[in-house]
Design a protein around this ligand. Structure first.
Ligand SMILES: NC(=O)C1=CN([C@@H]2O[C@H](COP(=O)(O)OP(=O)(O)OC[C@H]3O[C@@H](n4cnc5c(N)ncnc54)[C@H](O)[C@@H]3O)[C@@H](O)[C@H]2O)C=CC1
Ligand SMILES: O=C([O-])CC(=O)C(=O)O
Length: 259
């Protein structure tokens, strides 16, 4: 399986490290970046148009929301499937539609990894019948919210208790907190959509992990899922499970058993 990773940050580098450590039957043929860089285990691409010559089977994005459309369109044009992690890009109308329309025309797929979340298979299955409500709480330590708009919405360094600093639709959460609320769009795409899915963003001075609580009700019954994800060493905003989720997706595509 010929793989291209877009982004070589905390998640991208960890995915590559795990693929090599596990001797996965995957050929990492290139990494896509904004600028050339030395020291990577494969060639670096900076122009999405150069993907086609590499004949990739799968392009996995873990870079940033600005990377999703250019690299996604180029991946699909190159005949690859495309799996984006920066799903906050789909808060903007038309971005996902453009990718899915091209995927259909090319006979390829856009695959949304569950990322830092679990239970997305159950929520997406439940959504085949009507859902009444989906609420997703993202509870992270104060340091994970540093450098975001949360700094102006609460006193991050002086928190005495868990503090809800945002509550609203998934679309708005993803637009305003693109580094921390990609998951809002994953829950939304699996369930009730970007406008009807409610998101609560919480800074907790006592939290040691990135917690996701997803509560859904509907014709299927009721679900409540809680994950306490340890952050990646390279980026406290990003859960380590995100890299594992991308690894799973890649290994499932390369192997004979899908699990
Ligand atoms: N789907 C999910 O559950 C989650 C998604 N994420 C998202 O995944 C992405 C990667 O996260 P991390 O590795 O933690 O971030 P990071 O900041 O450690 O690394 C990002 C890397 O991508 C590169 N990059 C940024 N913009 C780019 C662009 N337009 N084109 C090409 N390269 C670009 C940067 O130079 C850097 O190498 C982020 O967008 C993050 O918000 C993070 C956690 C969970
Ligand atoms: O990694 C996480 O826990 C969630 C996250 O940052 C995101 O969705 O952007």
């Amino acid at each position: 399986m010929r793989l291209v990773l877009i982004g070589w940050g905390a998640i991208g580098a960890e995915v590559a490290r795990l693929l090599m450590a596990r001797k996965a039957p995957v050929d990492l043929v290139a990494v896509g970046l904004r600028a050339p860089r030395d020291g990577l285990p494969c060639p670096v691409l900076t122009d999405p148009a150069d993907l086609a010559a590499l004949r990739p089977d799968l392009v996995v994005e873990a870079a940033g929301r600005a990377a999703v459309l250019p690299w996604g369109l180029a991946a699909l044009r190159a005949g690859a499937d495309f799996a984006p992690a920066s799903t906050s890009a789909f808060a903007e109308d038309g971005v996902l539609d453009r990718l899915v329309d091209l995927a259909r025309a090319q006979g390829r797929q856009v695959v949304i990894p569950p990322g830092a979340l679990g239970g997305i298979g159950a929520l997406a299955a439940a959504a085949r019948l009507p859902l009444d409500s989906v609420i997703h709480e993202v509870i992270k330590p104060a340091r994970a919210w540093q450098g975001t708009e949360a700094e102006s919405l609460c006193d991050l360094s002086g928190l005495a208790a868990p503090t809800v600093f945002f509550e609203g639709p998934a679309r708005e959460a993803a637009r305003r907190f693109p580094q921390n609320a990609n998951v809002a769009l994953i829950t939304a795409l699996a369930g009730l959509g970007a406008d009807a899915t409610r998101i609560r963003l919480i800074a907790d001075p006592a939290a040691g992990a990135n917690r996701h609580r997803v509560l859904a009700q509907g014709a299927f019954g009721r679900m409540e899922i809680t994950l306490d994800n340890l952050p990646l060493a390279g980026n406290p905003k990003s859960s380590a499970l995100t890299a594992l989720s991308l690894l799973r997706l890649i290994e499932n595509r390369a192997g004979a058993l899908v699990i």
